[in-house]
Design a protein around this ligand. Structure first.
Ligand SMILES: N[C@@H](CCC(=O)N[C@@H](CS)C(=O)NCC(=O)O)C(=O)O
Length: 234
């Protein structure tokens, strides 16, 4: 069977993994999950007890969670090196280093902003502090990532890799939370412009918005969440 990537909307980081599957070009299926609704239902715990996306149903029917584990599952099957350099090369090390930074400090810096946004019932004083702390953290992590960008068109080399996929899934949160003008980080802004013009990213973003679009042809269709839970859930 084809692997099934379970991706979340709205604004899920998993959008970047959908783009990566398009770049990879191997047959895959998707399962679209409303993170504000069905992902919070008890049944979703059968896919991920932490009630998070992304998750992957592997080609032998196992559920794999955590962005880094899923990305490395893709890389291990990337024999043509479409989305990842040779794992034993310096570029392979660089890709994993950047991915780890994006998936930890860079993504985590947004957490206080999400928690403040979703706090119910509201606690205005705490929310204001979390927003201030989150904004400073996000700016600091952007400064660090800007310093890590090299002279190549993408984060690692001349073509998009899994590092770019992880970046583009999260980068748009900067505007969503109104933290700062993206132009403040010229290298990251140029990288985003390049990635946002990429057909795979345009396709993944449109799917996330619920549009029906045609991609590379590797996508073999969507599977309803109820079916994924029934067939593959714990
Ligand atoms: N450590 C996990 C974190 C995944 C994560 O935080 N996903 C977000 C969406 S991007 C989520 O599901 N948040 C829970 C929520 O929105 O309630 C990973 O890297 O996959």
């Amino acid at each position: 069977m084809e692997p099934i990537l379970i991706y979340g909307f709205p604004l899920g980081s998993s959008m970047g993994l959908v783009a990566a599957l398009e770049w990879l070009g191997k047959p895959y299926r998707l399962c679209r999950v409303d993170m504000l609704g069905e992902m919070r239902e008890p049944a979703y715990a059968r896919i991920n007890a932490r009630h998070e996306t992304p998750a992957l149903v592997t080609d032998d029917g196992r559920v794999l969670t955590e962005t880094m584990a899923i990305a490395h599952w893709f890389a291990a099957r990337d024999a043509e090196r479409r989305i990842s350099p040779d794992p034993l090369s310096a570029d392979g090390d660089r890709m994993r280093q950047i991915m780890a930074f994006i998936n930890s400090g860079f993504t985590g810096a947004f957490s206080p902003l999400w928690v403040a946004l979703e706090m119910d019932p509201p606690r205005p004083a705490m929310q204001a502090s979390m927003r201030e702390f989150g904004q400073e953290a996000v700016i600091g992590r952007h400064d660090k990532l800007e310093a890590m960008v090299g002279d190549t068109p993408y984060l690692v080399g001349d073509r998009p890799t899994l590092a770019d996929a992880l970046f583009i899934g999260v980068a748009r949160w900067l505007e969503f939370h109104g933290v700062a003008d993206p132009a403040r980080w010229p290298k990251l802004a140029a990288l985003r412009a390049r990635l946002e013009a990429d057909p795979a990213v345009i396709f993944a973003t449109a799917l996330e918005s619920g549009d029906s679009v045609t991609g590379s042809g590797a996508l073999r269709g969507h599977v309803p969440l109820t079916e994924v839970i029934d067939r593959f859930g714990a």
